[in-house]
Design a protein around this ligand. Sequence first.
Ligand code: PXG
Ligand code: PLP
Length: 443
Amino acid sequence: MNTPAAASLDRQDLEAFWMPFTANRQFKAAPRLLARAEGMHYWTAEGRKVLDGVAGLWCVNAGHGRRDISEAVSRQIATMDYAPPFQMGHPDAFRLASRVANLAPEGLDHVFFTNSGSESVDTALKIALAWHRVRGQGTRTRLIGRERGYHGVGFGGISVGGMVNNRKFFGAMLPSVDHLPATHSLQHNAFSRGLPAWGAHLADELERLVALHDASNIAAVIVEPIAGSTGVLIPPVGYLQKLRELCTRHGILLIFDEVITGFGRTGSPFAAQEFGVVPDMITCAKGLTNGSIPMGAVIVRKEIYEGFMTGPEQAIELFHGYTYSAHPVACAAGLATLEVYEREGLLQRAREMAPYWEEAVHSLRDAPGVIDLRNYGLIGAIELDPLPGKPTARAFQAFLDCFERGVMVRTTGDTIALSPPLIIERSHVDELFGTLGDVLRGR
Ligand code: PXG
Ligand code: PLP
């Protein structure tokens, strides 16, 4: 499978593209170019086959090259390339919203479309602030995120997010934001399988913030049910339940950022259902279109939507939206994607695969440098002891070595994160962990 055109990019061709979240100079000196994808695999521009251990970037949940999706997209772009979403509509936008609402936990039944996870987060935060205001509680303006949270890269998302490098370069960000402590603890929870036992009490930090600011000033709490980008941090048993109880008690909206956990990653359509905790809003993106066309969504509780539907009928209720909200091509991709998920039972498949996956993750227990292993559904993490004075280098080298050997993984800090397409078979799991084990053991 040689694709010479892509392989022959020279240094000059590589220059103009300022790559996101990438060491540009290092990459351009030795580029890793992908040219084709099918099922569980990528092929590089040089024609090497690479097993996809991360579903692209946590998004290609049904595997690559799904004909149903590409054909729906082709049909739509030929029929109607674009339709304005403000004061106009097209049928698939309404159909997709209904389908997404049907997948969501009971009570979350209205859907606002965006184009990414970052936009979904900013949208949810804005809806939270505006909702309190329209119902006469406009003093509720404070937002609460969590240390080691990732909520995309908009100013709202980095403000409530808790990753220092994503924040420290960008000035003051949103005012009036607090952070709950992260739940990750090697000391208490290293090598836990599934949900760790220690840490539910960390949700009580919300009580401390309520005591400090008073609930009447707090609009919303946003957390990832399982934090992905910051290294797969699994919630302690009872933690999310506790957050839910505290938010309800104090009239604070609870937002689950399910950009990664949505669409089957945990073994349920959403982590909210998996963990039996219903938030007031869910943000999602990625798996909504199987990564094929950019699209995100915010799913909100009926009471929130209805809270806005009170003024004169001719008045716009929410002054928010994107040129590409409910883009017809993205809607076509979304509808085709949800059909594939349903037909193939993919939103439950992680649950079937989880025991085999868990064993495979924990087979690396004695590999050199491994200080923690974490898993839930079809998510896994291998945390490595950083090399002295060279944080991140050890995991990044493992990523490079795996890629050389035909396996794509993802690293964040000194953690290797895994999130394969949900179509993964046991033989792929064996190959993934076989290669990872060889790389970590220096074989
Ligand atoms: N929230 C969460 C929980 C995410 O995981 C976003 C918001 C932002 O979505 P967009 O579509 O704006 O990127 C994400 C995205 C990684 C990695 O390495 C993960 C994401 C993005 C980039 C890298 O794990 N998740
Ligand atoms: N900037 C300008 C000058 C615009 O006119 C618009 C949209 O009309 C935007 C930004 C926002 O773009 P989008 O709706 O794609 O987020």
